[in-house]
Design a protein around this ligand. Structure first.
Ligand code: ADP
Ligand code: ZN
Ligand code: ZN
Length: 818
């Protein structure tokens, strides 16, 4: 009987593809192993085995696979089931989930070539037979394809051999080298074999008596060996002996020292195994913990609603401790930008090297290491702290998931598919594992609080700050009145300046928040009114003073700031609106002695830039930090007594049903950075509309009132949590075709869903990177089946795609769009 496998390919195909395998291969293959398979005319993809079976495909002839890439599954059954759920729920293909779940280095593609590692000296006796064959082939041929290697050694499964050759420094993988996983090797030394007895060593030192530097190195090596009993790194020997690289090299050349390499993880925890003991919880934390564990016993997801600085993290730590004492894995999910060294260090102080970190600023190599440590249930990845993509790690024994800052919109992936919400996908993952799930926030999302209110989720709260520090005092400043009374200097009201002055005088720190980067979002000619636009997007170019540039924040297009108006030629260019750069500039003029820094996308590029700013601020190397919403996330500064919101109106007026909820969350979170210890903090919110109900609710810390009002509105206008929504986006480079196509699709939807279809409408920025965009919003009442709704949408899409001129219009689904 012929054997087959169904394979998940990393591309958006509706169905899995079937390939033919031999019986031996079928016996060997398990779901979750990778195979290289041909697809289309000439492409080879890394696919993932979903099932092994005996049913031939009916409409095509199954091709054979090229290679087997794994010896044991890379992906487990929990993951496959989770991915399946994500694909169905978020209306994408499992191939798209696969593609985004795996670190790129696992997706070996056909262009990979193998070359000799010219830098290394190869000891042929050290090679196994199959390794030698490849080594030999590379003496005659400068490059080998994966396929050729397969022919040479006459087997399909060549990755283990290649890995061994890489580890032995014999070969390199090229082209995708930067994307490929290379084990990191650390160089070690020991005494050469002939010098290991006492007599020979004495003779050696004797012979080196006229080479004091060399004998010093040998002696140091001896001392190091005596004290550590561990392998000696070349780096340590250099430091200990004061010897140069050259001296060590010549000793190695003479055979007095022998060098060797050990594979090591790139990210290692160096703080030793000594753990801090856990903090004793105060009565409020204890009560919350008891409530949480009670709900856990009833298998409920729990919301921990604790005001900023109430000590939620310490509660998480207790739960993690219990989880790992139970020999299970724990996952701590955070929004990307809240993943700070501050928090990581805090966890490492408790759990030492059991903590592994996983997020996008880590290299592919580092991510592969975490993946494998989780896969093999290594102790060093028992506690994973990571951004949303850590949901895709190969957990097999998950006991606890914490979703911190659960209200954060960045948990929702926007582009590309899968457009999943990490919080909701975490709840599903927890379910699959029978793991406990805790959602934490000082400002829960309306959805989650609704789930707690209706009893679907358990609820625990802490409404005092730790140490009984008072919530910061919030003062609203009326910008209209201040302007009328001529009390403004630039964008600073008199009150804000007074408070800054006071804080600086007391040597306390200040945070200023403005939710726009750059100098000004619009440049405008005062003569003719023209303002420079992005040629690729329907949006004004933002002025960046530091680089004297106009930049598009959507596509990156930039030009030098023109001297005069491009339209009328007058040198009368002025700016409108303001961003962090301008705030910092005005500040420097108003407070020339203050040390000022800026934290926004422009100042935090590069792996460590963000950390550097936070650390410098923490160590009080600066007085005032101006920033965008990056400032709001989970930072714990000890000495900040004042937070200023430069302008709350742009948040409140954002054209979106969630703008008010978001403003409440953002403002409360920024305000929460003030006065986290001892003295009560102060928050100044500047606004043209200080009587706005959201500002009032922020100032009285009245989450419940905010929630009730928002829920009422959502119910009135049929938005979540009262209804579900699916946003359908149409994309095309031709304006007219897009209009027609979107209208056609919307008509189809209206035939089925009547008044629950909104649009098509252009978004505020209706063209990005030369593609026009149009949205349709579908509201799905609570009593309407979601799966059936999706089936109906797909049916409409099928007929849509049958119309030739619409086929090139991209249709994107965003389920639970936020
Ligand atoms: P949240 O996560 O709720 O904003 P944190 O967990 O960061 O609050 O706690 C705020 C501050 O209080 C931190 O500096 C933390 O170290 C301290 N803290 C919290 N709980 C305790 C405790 N039980 N004992 C000592 N310090 C605590
Ligand atoms: Zn002009
Ligand atoms: Zn642009």
């Amino acid at each position: 009987m012929q054997d087959y496998i169904n394979v998940i390919l990393p591309i958006p195909l509706e169905k899995l593809f079937t390939y033919a395998v031999s019986q031996a291969e079928a016996d060997f293959l398990r779901p979750g192993m990778r195979v290289a398979v041909p697809f289309g005319k000439s492409k080879i993809y890394t696919g993932l085995v979903a099932t092994v079976h005996n049913t031939a495909p009916t409409v095509y002839e199954a091709k054979e696979i090229h290679q087997i890439l794994d010896e044991v599954p890379l992906v487990n059954e929990f993951q496959l089931r989770h991915w399946q759920w994500i694909a169905e729920y978020y209306m994408c293909t499992i191939g798209e989930v696969f593609r985004s779940a795996l670190p790129g280095a696992f997706l070996l593609e056909s262009e990979t070539i193998i070359v000799k590692n010219e830098a290394a000296e190869v000891d042929e006796t050290n090679l196994k037979d199959d390794e030698f064959l490849i080594f030999e082939a590379l003496q005659h041929q400068s490059v080998l394809k994966v396929q050729e290697v397969s022919t040479i050694v006459d087997r399909k499964n060549v990755l283990p051999i290649l890995n061994r050759l890489i580890a032995k420094n014999v070969i390199l993988l090229k082209e995708e080298l930067h994307e490929q996983y290379k084990p990191k090797l650390v160089r070690y030394v020991q005494l050469g074999e002939t010098y290991r007895s006492e007599e020979s060593l004495e003779a050696l030192l004797q012979s080196l008596s006229r080479a004091p530097k060399q004998s010093q190195v040998v002696l140091s090596l001896f001392q190091l060996q005596a004290t550590t009993k561990k392998p000696i790194k070349v780096k340590d020997l250099e430091r200990e002996s004061g010897g140069s690289k050259a001296v060590i090299k010549s000793l190695i050349e003479k055979g007095i020292l022998r060098e060797y390499f050990i594979q090591t993880d790139r990210v290692t925890y160096e703080g030793g195994e000594e753990n801090d003991s856990l903090k004793r919880l105060n009565e409020y934390q204890k009560e919350a913990l008891t409530t949480i564990t009670d709900h856990f016993k009833a298998d409920k997801v729990v919301l921990l609603h604790g005001v900023t600085s109430s000590g939620k993290t310490e509660v998480y730590v207790q739960l993690i401790e219990a989880c790992i004492n139970n020999s299970q894995q724990a996952l701590y999910l955070l929004p990307e930008i809240a993943l700070t060294t501050q928090l990581i260090t805090r966890l490492q102080d408790y759990f030492g090297e059991k903590v592994a970190v996983y997020h996008s600023k880590y290299s592919v190599q580092e991510r592969v290491e975490v993946w494998n440590n989780v896969r093999f249930e290594k102790k060093k990845a028992q506690v994973v702290i990571g951004a949303r993509s850590s949901l895709f790690l190969p957990f097999s024994n998950l006991g606890l998931i914490i979703v911190d800052e659960e209200h954060e919109g960045s948990f929702k992936q926007f582009d590309p598919a899968p457009r999943y919400h990490a919080r909701d996908a975490a709840v599903v993952l927890g379910n699959l594992h029978g793991a406990k799930v805790l959602l934490g926030s000082a400002t829960p999302s309306v959805e989650t609080f609704f789930n707690a209110q209706t009893g679907k989720y358990g609820y625990a709260k802490i409404d005092r700050r730790f140490g009984n520090v008072l919530m910061p005092e919030v003062e609203l400043v009326d910008l209209k009145e201040q302007t009328r009374k001529r009390k403004m200097k630039g964008h600073f009201s008199e009150r804000l300046m007074e408070e800054i002055e006071e804080a600086l005088a007391a040597e306390e720190q200040v945070i200023l928040f403005q939710n726009r980067r750059g100098y000004a979002p619009i440049v405008e000619c005062t003569t003719c009114g023209h303002s420079p636009q992005c040629p690729n997007c329907d949006v004004s170019l933002t002025y960046h003073q530091y680089k004297k540039q106009l930049r598009c924040h959507y596509c990156g297009h930039h030009i030098a700031l023109p001297q005069s108006c491009e339209a009328c030629g007058s040198p009368t260019l002025d700016t409108k609106g303001f961003g962090t750069e301008q705030v910092a500039e005005e500040l420097a003029n108003l407070f020339p002695d203050a040390r000022i820094s800026r934290m926004d996308l422009d100042t935090t590029r590069g792996k460590h830039a963000y950390e550097k700013i936070i650390t410098a601020f923490e160590q009080q190397e600066m007085d005032i930090l101006v920033g965008t919403q990056m400032l709001t996330k989970g930072l714990d500064f000890r000495n900040v007594s004042l937070v200023g919101i430069m302008n709350a109106d742009s948040l409140l007026n954002f054209p979106d049903y969630r703008a008010h909820e978001r403003s409440y969350q953002l403002l409360t979170q920024v305000a929460g950075r003030a006065g986290r210890t001892k003295k009560r903090g102060k928050v100044i919110i500047q606004s043209y509309n200080p009587y706005h109900q959201i500002l009032k609710q922020v100032s009285t810390n009245d989450y419940l009132e905010m929630f009730d009002e928002q829920l009422y509105e959502r119910q009135q206008y049929k938005y979540p949590p009262a209804n579900r929504i699916i946003k359908i986006t149409f994309k095309h480079k031709e304006y007219n075709r897009l209009n027609e196509a979107a209208e056609w699709f919307a008509r189809g939807l209206r035939n089925v869903f009547a008044a629950n279809v909104l649009g098509p409408e252009y978004p505020p920025v209706a063209r990005i990177r030369n593609q026009y965009l149009k949205h349709v919003l579908l509201k799905i009442p609570a009593n309407q089946s979601l799966p059936k709704t999706k089936i109906r949408i797909r049916r409409i899409e099928k007929s849509f795609n049958a119309i030739a001129q619409y086929r090139s219009v991209r249709v994107l689904y965003n389920v639970d769009h936020i």
